[in-house]
Ligand binder design. Structure first.
Ligand SMILES: [Zn+2]
Length: 1022
């Protein structure tokens, strides 16, 4: 075949081919230089600037002024609208004609009042196809609009991508003209590029690499760039190579178009709406031309945005969803953070998501899709299964800094034993581009070689949107079955997972959480977002319970279905994987905090309405939304006593008028000679040093000291916190070497209040010249824990504030609350898997226990913990400068609590105490002679009734959700004063399971739970 002698010089042959298609070198005589033919200027370009994101119809009414190509416009976040008049020369008939548009920013082309295509230089989309083959009949005079957002795919970082945005960036259009596009040149270039890829990727040990090398070399020999008639010969050589097929055993790569769009990150939510439209309309254009193309698309919220803002585009999407080309995936409202949202929030992600997909696309998702989240809770498998999902796709653990995760395809077993089939695309990316390199990586990095012969490859520009391109599709089409490369099949996730299930007998199982060994600062960054999330989760919980009870108490009460859905959706949106972790720009933080304000304001009103439907009168009552009786000190503004304090007892999920109860033992404070203060309540006794540290914390009935010998509890410590790159995301292991106790006392400890129901002391410390801590240590009568109400004025740079409790407990493991349960992590650093978890996440509590004694650390708004040996540490505040230069600067209020206990933390009611700290008793009005009542109670207490809400699709019926919280199987009785007629088990999507009928007796409903099992019941009422 190769008639002329070819010397054995691999390098020159390869480089010769590379130069033949280079867009830098020899473009005067190489193939690349022939990609575009003739050009023709536009008739006219005019523009106007808008500071707001406006609709197309509004834009049309504006006054456009002439725009000269190359002129600057801006600033960042504005929109430049262009009106373009163009006239295609009639001499171009028979040619493919493009509008070539090279500009900064992200653009959308509008034609005939409809969005038709996205343009973005970064996303390799710089031309809008006016005609594939111009005919005489086609309109040669065309008007289009271009809506250009003054931000890049990745926002507008000043200097580096993740730096805070530069608000004054200038933008320009560098090129805008009509061109003849030489499709046959493009096709031949792609042949060359794929063959060169094979030469390089397979390397000089592979026969196939040399075959590709000689093929491209001969293709250069036979091609004459100046004579297109020579191309068919070269193309035939390539075609011959690509058509040499694999054997039967070759790996199959399931290629799926994808476009990861962060719902907000380095740009605000509002821009994401346009990103979705730009990316998805482009995907639709590709679908029209490439029948094999499939596009996977997650996040119901983004579909909802497009439905509202681009109804025409949404109808097109619905059409292609029906055809199985546009594939909604994931089943959730947004791709949420996998660690921080509560159990109920995670359920609602699926409930809102799956309901949306069912309603608008007539199908539910079969796979959970979360490629870009910073770790995955051990409770997720159970929540997925309960939402009709058995498959899970992610890849983020490939970012682990310390340990390599050992599997690509495996069974993931959750906290309760639920199992889902999990796949990490072995290419370790959700934004591949279809090059040979991507395919080879996908095969080589597969950690389950020989066990499975299928894996996924997600292709398309992502994070900031963009998605697949025609070039990516052309690349993949060439090598569907080419000897030496994996087979490539354009398929749906469903087909991939079906293959994996069919092939699953050799797969391994990973049990417990998928912990990401990176981004561990995200448990702490943007404290206000995290605090608001916790408070809003609590508020929505209380509204739903109070409204559900009101529904049965007052027949005129309207359950606020629509408003609650709206509030839940705002909360779920803010749980997006760059918002609740605090890794977004300041604009997003402002949006997020505004949404939380909306939830708080509207939520407070809804709660008030439901509580007043429950009881009315001229005396004060107390509502308890938690499923156990509570005895707590409350502060009333207009209470019976001057100090405003009362000790109240309120039944489980119930209401009681205020009846001032006397404590068994009053709180007693004694200022000691050295200035320290002794605080006692009959349960605990503590000595607070002048600097606010605890010299002692004694559990009185057991006579056990909780604080380690020679140490102080409640020790604030500060660390240098300079990560390697990902500022808001990462705290690195080496920060631990920079620990400094906060010791400068501004105001030593002094008694703030001394009452038989509540004693408190306060002190102030200086962290630095800029920052201070003021804390109130509160001891309540009858309370088994001490509260630390903390205010920090925080103006630091790259510092990390934590508080430590060195305790007298020896245990190899500490326990952390997670969604609907808890798990253990080591307190030692034996192996790399142990020390990689130097900073971990937990929810309302963590506990360190040895046999018969332990200490729990509770909190009302924090998520970062570490327990090393016997020191329990709660992470409080960070000060990263990117992507939000002002992250966490200002005043913060938060509360944590310390609770020593005997026995296990389960028996010591640590779980209940942490709930109590987070769910305040709510004041309401009632009549003075009201008898206290309880709507629901459960015994034994190891099962927690977490949620009571109106059923989604059954008016008047309630759905309640319970979970086993102690980690052991149990049989419980649920009692309700409401007249339950029928009860069913249902799944998390509230679909009734008729196979497991429930008996309602006068004693209640008996239920069996396995360890950490979550159960939902649907209750019909008389
Ligand atoms: Zn992302």
């Amino acid at each position: 075949m190769y008639h002329t002698p070819v010397l054995k010089n691999r390098r020159t042959l390869l480089e010769r081919a590379e130069k033949f298609v280079s867009d830098i070198y020899f473009t005067d005589c190489n193939l690349r230089g022939r990609l575009y033919g003739e050009t023709h200027p536009l008739e006219s370009v005019s523009s106007f600037m808008s500071s707001k994101r406006i609709t197309f119809s509004e834009a049309q009414t504006k006054k456009f002024s002439p725009y000269k190509i190359g002129d600057n416009f801006g600033p960042t976040w504005w929109t430049c609208w262009f009106k373009i008049a163009l006239k295609i020369p009639s001499s171009w008939n028979g040619k493919e004609v493009h509008l070539l548009w090279e500009s900064d920013g992200e653009a959308m082309v509008w034609r005939d009042d409809q969005p038709v295509q996205g343009l973005s230089k970064e996303g390799e989309k710089t031309s809008y196809i006016l005609s594939n083959c111009l005919t005489e009949e086609e309109e040669h005079t065309v008007n289009v609009y271009v809506e250009l957002a003054c931000n890049g795919l990745f926002g507008a970082g000043q200097g580096s991508t993740i730096a805070a945005p530069d608000p004054n960036k200038k933008f320009s259009v560098q090129k805008a003209e009509l061109v003849v596009f030489n499709r046959h040149v493009r096709e031949l270039l792609t042949d060359f590029e794929m063959l060169i890829g094979i030469v390089k990727e397979l390397g000089d040990n592979e026969q196939r690499s040399f075959q590709a090398l000689f093929t491209v070399n001969e293709m250069v020999n036979v091609s004459n760039p100046a004579d297109p008639s020579s191309f068919s010969k070269a193309h035939a050589l390539a075609h011959n190579f690509f058509s040499q097929r694999n054997g039967q055993s070759q790996h199959t790569v399931h290629a799926m178009g994808h476009c990861h769009i962060d719902s907000a990150w380095l740009w605000p939510y509002e821009e994401t709406i346009r990103k979705c439209a730009r990316s998805w309309v482009t995907a639709i254009r590709l679908m029209e031309k490439n029948p094999e193309f499939v596009f996977t698309c997650s996040q119901a919220q983004q579909f909802e945005w497009v439905k509202n803002w681009y109804p025409g585009l949404f109808s097109e999407i619905q059409h292609f969803v029906k055809l199985g080309k546009f594939i909604p995936v994931g089943g959730t409202w947004v791709e949420m953070d996998g660690n921080l949202p509560s159990g109920e929030s995670m359920v609602r992600q699926f409930l809102e998501g799956q309901n949306f997909f069912e309603q608008h696309f007539e199908k539910k998702c079969k796979e959970f899709w979360l490629p870009d989240t910073f770790g995955y809770s051990a409770q997720l498998p159970q929540i997925m299964k309960g939402s009709g999902i058995s498959n899970f796709l992610t890849q983020k653990l490939s970012w682990n800094l310390v340990n390599t995760f050992p599997h690509s395809s495996f069974f993931w077993e959750g906290l309760d034993g639920s199992i889902v089939l999990t796949h990490f695309p072995p290419g370790n990316s959700y934004g591949m581009i279809g090059k040979v390199e991507d395919l080879v990586k996908t095969v080589k990095q597969n950690k389950d070689k020989g066990r499975v012969n299928h894996s996924a490859m997600l292709f398309g520009f992502g994070d900031g949107g963009g998605g697949p391109t025609q070039l990516m599709l052309d690349r993949l089409r060439r090598v569907q079955d080419t000897d030496g490369l994996p087979k490539v099949k354009m398929t749906s996730p469903d087909e991939l997972f079906s293959q994996l299930w069919a092939d699953s007998h050799l797969l391994c199982t990973w049990t417990g959480e998928l912990f990401l060994e990176l981004h561990n600062g995200t448990y702490t960054t943007q404290a206000q977002i995290k605090r608001s999330n916790r408070q809003c989760e609590t508020l929505l919980h209380d509204i739903e319970i109070a409204s559900s009870l009101a529904l049965h108490h007052d027949k005129t009460f309207q359950y606020p279905v629509a408003k609650l859905r709206e509030l839940w959706r705002l909360l779920l949106l803010n749980q997006f994987h760059d918002v609740i972790p605090g890794t977004c720009i300041e604009m997003v933080v402002e949006d997020a905090l505004r949404y939380y304000e909306d939830i708080n304001r509207t939520g407070a009103a809804l709660l008030q309405i439901s509580l007043s439907a429950l009881s009315k009168g001229d005396t004060t009552g107390v509502f308890n939304s938690l499923p156990w009786e509570r005895l707590e000190v409350l502060h009333l503004h207009d209470g019976p006593a001057e100090h405003g304090l009362v000790l109240v007892r309120v039944p489980s999920i119930g209401l009681s008028p205020i009846q001032d109860t006397k404590p068994q033992v009053p709180v007693c404070l004694t200022v000691q000679a050295d200035g320290s203060v002794l605080m006692e309540n009959g349960i605990l006794q503590t000595v607070v040093n002048k600097d606010g540290t605890l010299a002692s914390l004694c559990l009185m009935n057991a006579n056990r000291e909780a604080i380690s010998d020679g140490c102080g509890g409640n020790q604030f410590v500060i660390f240098d916190d300079v990560p390697l790159y990902w500022d808001a995301w990462d705290v690195m292991d080496y920060h631990l070497q920079t620990r400094k106790p906060v010791v400068e006392v501004v105001k030593p400890v002094h008694v703030l209040s001394s009452h038989e129901l509540r004693g408190s002391v306060s002190f102030t410390l200086r962290i630095s010249g800029n920052s201070t801590i003021t804390q109130e240590i509160v001891m309540d009568a009858m309370s088994p824990y001490i509260k630390f109400n903390t205010q920090v004025n925080w103006f630091e740079s790259h510092k990390f504030l934590k508080v430590e409790f060195p305790v007298r407990v020896h245990s190899p493991n500490a326990t952390y609350e997670i969604q609907f349960g808890h798990l253990q992590r080591p307190t030692h650093r034996n192996t790399s898997w142990d020390w990689a978890r130097f900073e971990v996440w937990g929810h309302k509590w963590a506990d360190l226990s040895e046999h018969n004694f332990g200490v729990a650390l509770l909190n009302d708004s924090k998520y970062g913990y570490s327990v090393y040996k016997n020191t329990m540490t709660l992470s409080l505040l960070r000060a990263p400068k990117a992507p939000d230069a002002n992250a966490d600067m200002g005043t913060h209020n938060f509360t944590y609590a310390i609770m020593p206990h005997t026995g296990s933390f389960q028996d010591a009611t640590v779980i209940q105490c942490a709930y109590n700290l987070n769910f305040p008793l709510r004041l309401t009005s009632c009549s003075p002679d009201m008898v206290p009542w309880s709507a629901f109670s459960i015994s034994p207490a190891s099962v927690i009734l977490e949620t009571v809400k109106q059923a989604e699709n059954r008016k008047g019926a309630l759905v309640i959700r319970l979970y086993e919280a102690h980690g052991g199987g149990v049989s419980v009785t649920l009692r309700s004063m409401l007249p339950v007629k029928n009860a069913w088990h249902c799944d998390l999507l509230e679909q009734i399971d008729t196979t497991q009928p429930l008996q309602v007796t006068k004693d209640g409903i008996n239920l069996n739970f396995n360890a950490f099992q979550v159960r939902s019941l649907l209750l019909d009422y008389v």
